[in-house]
Design a protein around this ligand. Structure first.
Ligand code: ATP
Ligand code: MG
Length: 430
């Protein structure tokens, strides 16, 4: 068996890590991980053929090949390697978890902090038990700090990630109803996300607290944390306007973001708090926020030729983010308001109840034309709503019933519903 020490010596000579032979670069250290439908060990020899320097395996696929490094479990070895690597750096590591807005908050913080520091930040959404060690293993001596997103779908998962990343500063964006299948209840969500501040406080770290989140305030109090929110003591700010992008007032300053939705206020305040904590000049903090443009269908605003606008939020959905997105639509001054909503997945036993709640929310706002998509919505919708089984059916409906000009259209659903497929209907020729 290969020890972690030995593996680390090899990693220092071959810091490029690869877990997918399709993305392999010559000289990489290949880790044969296991997925739901594959066993990486089956690809180890191919990785070596393609130029990997070594393959870390947990099945003895080539006993006589010194380039095959046998370990007990490849995932555990990857995590242990990252944990060991992290210990070599005496730098601030920021951990971000929470139900909604982790990537947005992380990107805002990245935009702010990178004006002063050379920062390693989680790429995209690499926030799980594999992504976090992979990100940590990208740390090198040029980095002055690291910003690590941590996602969880079940109890104990944040604990695993903080043991690897060893953050000394962190925040929880919020506590909401998501992944209820794995967490069981919102208390389960709170407990799991709280594994981050537990780690911070146990190791003398600093916790930035969203003082607008009642569950966080109740659990963690406002005494020991730096609080941000509408009444935060460290950073406080309010919505100044939607034009249609959100602007936020902080003291005398109005910051004009490129984000839509009042729910982004707290993400922006978190980034201001982090900027202040790390002594980024105030003007640079605001410039960092104003410079950030969301990507990847996360509350992206698309303006059409006929005066209509789309809020494309097809990246993910859960009951909490759905509720605030609908509120945002309702609060807008748009002439016609349309909600194209897809099922919220991974809610377990709460599925029907949560979809019903969305319908109740919509019923209170008859001015919003709702087009619902997916088997759950279809099951609970009844006659009162237009509900379709598949996104293709909504496309067909929209082809026959085009929306009026000057509409504001919210497009939001879980990733698996792929609501972005409606976009060509709106965007072609506009
Ligand atoms: P994931 O769990 O997939 O990593 P995430 O927590 O990183 O998600 P983002 O990708 O930043 O979240 O945002 C996804 C969507 O969540 C946004 O498009 C928006 O609809 C919603 N959202 C963002 N911030 C908030 C917030 N503070 N409160 C509620 N909903 C939010
Ligand atoms: Mg994310």
């Amino acid at each position: 068996m290969t020890t972690i020490q030995h593996l680390y010596e090899i990693y220092l000579r071959h810091p490029g890590i690869c877990t997918d032979t399709r993305k392999l670069c010559k000289g990489d250290l290949f880790f044969a991980l296991h997925g739901a439908n594959f066993d990486g060990n089956d690809f180890a020899l191919r990785a070596l053929e393609q130029g990997a320097a070594y393959a870390v395996v947990d099945k003895d696929v080539a006993p006589s090949d010194p380039r095959c490094l046998l370990v007990e479990d490849t995932l555990t070895a990857l995590q242990a390697l990252a944990t060991h690597h992290r210990r070599q750096f005496d730098i601030p590591v920021i951990g971000i978890t929470g139900t909604n807005g982790k990537t947005t908050t992380k990107e805002l913080i990245r935009s702010v902090l990178s004006r002063k520091y050379n920062l390693l930040a989680t790429e995209g959404n690499l926030n799980n038990h594999i992504g976090v060690p992979l990100m940590i293993l990208r740390l090198d001596s040029s980095h002055e700090m690291a910003l690590i997103e941590m996602g969880a779908g079940a109890p104990g998962e944040i604990h695993t990630l903080v043991e690897i990343a060893q953050p000394n500063v962190g925040l929880i964006t919020n506590i909401g109803r998501a992944h209820l299948q794995g967490f069981g209840s919102i208390e389960g969500v709170l407990r799991t996300k709280s594994e981050l501040p537990e780690y911070l406080y146990a190791h003398g770290g600093t916790f930035l607290l969203n003082s607008d989140d009642p569950l966080l305030v109740e659990k963690w109090g406002t005494q020991t944390a730096l609080t941000y929110g509408q009444e935060g003591n460290y950073v406080s700010g309010k919505v100044a306007g939607h034009l249609p992008y959100l602007s936020v007032s902080v003291g005398e300053t109005v910051v004009h973001s490129q984000l839509v939705g009042a729910y982004n206020l707290i993400n922006i305040l978190a980034a201001i708090a982090m900027g202040r904590y790390f002594e980024v000049p105030e003007a640079d903090i605001y410039a960092g926020i104003e410079g950030y443009q969301p990507t990847n269908n996360r509350s992206q605003l698309v303006r059409l030729g006929d005066g209509s606008q789309l809020i494309v939020d097809a990246y993910n959905a859960n009951p909490s983010s759905m509720a605030v997105a609908i509120d945002n639509l309702v609060d807008s001054p748009a002439r016609h308001k349309v909600a194209i909503l897809g099922d919220m997945l991974e809610l377990g036993e709460a599925t029907e109840e949560e979809h019903r709640r969305v319908l109740i929310h919509l019923s209170a706002h008859p001015e919003v034309k709702a087009l619902l998509c997916g088997p759950c919505f279809r099951k609970v919708a009844g006659e009162a709503f237009l509900a379709f089984e598949k996104v293709e059916d909504i496309c067909e409906y929209l082809r026959r019933h085009p929306l009026p000009s000057e509409s504001l259209v919210l497009i939001k659903g879980s990733r698996g519903i792929a609501l972005e497929k409606v976009l060509p209907l709106f965007c072609s020729g506009s």
